[in-house]
Design a protein around this ligand. Structure first.
Ligand code: AMP
Length: 213
């Protein structure tokens, strides 16, 4: 089963995609993660994407569609598209990539959220530099300050694009380019809306009930 998780930055797409991957054997395909990996490795794609990402703008449709094309076959038991598609062009590219493989989307799950609350969610988040465990300055601090609960590391990192100015640009990009693709999926009868402001467990339960329906 292939699904899209759609929602503005900080809506919880990554958190929910990681849970689905763990619990259902589906594969999380996050273009944001793929791009961050490319930036860290200094690949040609990473070099092109770095400044665009730091500004909170969108990387080109050709680059992100190619990244998805490269990974799609590794998710043959079901993909969770997380942060892709983000434009109408990308939605159309995804249609073709799936059709070429006799696959089609089962659901487009929209996480409906309050944007102002998201700015707080995003600007406070940080993660363990060693194991990637996620934390938040206010909502989820490590049990012992400065020590990762999971692996004991003392090193933490923040995404360079998680500052308020960049978050506002990312939200504006979402409103201008990503939200307008919803009608494309609505016409196909694929959109399911859930309350993304609920707790992580409640959002996960709502997604499970859609996938099991
Ligand atoms: P994310 O981790 O999904 O919040 O993505 C982080 C950044 O990577 C975004 O602000 C964009 O600059 C870039 N990015 C990720 N996915 C896409 C996409 N599908 N299309 C264009 N840019 C993307």
């Amino acid at each position: 089963m292939d699904i899209i998780l759609l929602g503005p930055p900080g809506a919880g797409k990554g958190t929910q995609a990681a849970r689905l991957q763990q619990n259902r054997g589906m594969i999380q395909l996050s273009t944001g993660d793929m791009l961050r990996e490319a930036v860290a490795k200094g690949t040609p794609v990473g070099v092109k994407a770095k400044a665009v990402m730091e500004a909170g703008e969108l990387v080109s449709d050709a680059i992100v569609s190619a990244l998805i094309g490269e990974r799609l076959d590794s998710a043959s038991d079901g993909a969770i598209f997380d942060g892709f598609p983000r434009t109408q062009h990308q939605a159309e590219a995804l249609e073709m990539l799936l059709a070429d493989r006799d696959r089609n989307l089962a659901h487009v799950i929209e996480l409906v959220v309050d944007e102002e609350a998201l700015v707080d969610r995003i600007t406070g988040r940080f993660s363990c530099a060693q194991c990637g465990a996620n934390y938040h300055d206010r909502f989820h601090r490590p049990k012992v300050d400065g020590t990762c609960d999971v692996c004991g590391s003392h090193e933490f990192k923040r995404r360079p694009d998680d500052n308020e100015a960049t978050v506002r640009t990312r939200m504006a990009e979402y409103r201008a380019k990503t939200a307008p693709i919803l009608p494309f999926y609505e016409e196909k009868g694929l959109v399911r809306r859930i309350d993304g402001m609920a707790s992580v467990d409640d959002v996960a339960a709502a997604i499970d009930s859609i996938l099991d329906s």
